[in-house]
Design a protein around this ligand. Structure first.
Ligand code: ADP
Length: 201
């Protein structure tokens, strides 16, 4: 719902499809979800680099990074997580409209919040690609690159996904990657193969 009464959508002269033609690739949102330490940031960063080297316009929206600015006023309650993802979804939509192959790396534990973002995108053009990094929590806890599981187990981080807060597994994601069995390179290759198969790149 738009609050302002006198706000009208201004139509652009350059369309998203014009940009696709000029870029020689399509844009889409690659939404990477999974537990903390499942590998979201690592895969997102490697994927971005691979795409960039192939002259593809790409950009990563990272969960930790947006909480430094755009979402720095938000915490981790279900309400805050919802608003965090709503804002990220809208930014991602603008980037996709700008022709950018956008990668988002967010725990995004609630299916409803992920589905709200999916609903922002055009299903005919397959613009929303949900990638579930499936990794056993015991492996995530062993990796613990930021020491967060240790802190959560010690009760120092309330509402920690997988420990004291839920994670709802995606039921029908476009891609499932078992990052406790595959290497980072194999994980990136799976996404690249999907993008090629869908003729996005
Ligand atoms: P997240 O962003 O999901 O919290 P990170 O990417 O910060 O996770 O950390 C994941 C850790 O797991 C990194 O230290 C990374 O090197 C390691 N790792 C091992 N195998 C994989 C894999 N297949 N994909 C991604 N990360 C992996």
């Amino acid at each position: 719902m738009v609050k302002g009464k006198n706000i009208k959508w201004h139509k652009a002269k350059v369309t998203k499809k014009d940009r696709w033609m000029q870029n020689a690739h399509r844009s889409a949102l690659i939404w990477i979800t999974g537990l903390s330490a499942s590998g979201k940031s690592t895969v997102a960063t490697e994927l971005e680099h691979t795409l960039f080297c192939r002259k593809i316009n790409t950009f990563v929206l990272d969960g930790d990074n947006v909480r430094h600015g755009l979402c720095k006023d938000l915490g981790f309650s279900a309400e805050c997580r919802k608003e965090n993802l709503r804002r990220v979804g809208e930014v991602a939509k603008l980037l996709v409209d700008a022709g950018v192959l956008t990668i988002a790396a967010f725990i995004s534990p609630y299916a409803a919040d992920r589905n709200n973002i999916r609903a922002l995108f055009n299903s005919d053009d397959e613009e929303f690609i949900e990638v579930y990094l499936k990794c056993d929590i015991s492996i995530c806890e062993q990796r613990d690159p930021k020491g967060l599981y240790k802190k959560a187990r010690a009760g120092e981080i309330p509402q920690f996904t997988g420990i004291s807060d839920p994670y709802e597994e995606p039921l029908a994601p476009e891609i499932i990657i078992e990052t406790d069995r595959l290497t980072v390179q194999e994980s990136v290759d799976m996404i690249i193969d999907h993008l090629r198969g869908r003729k996005i790149i």
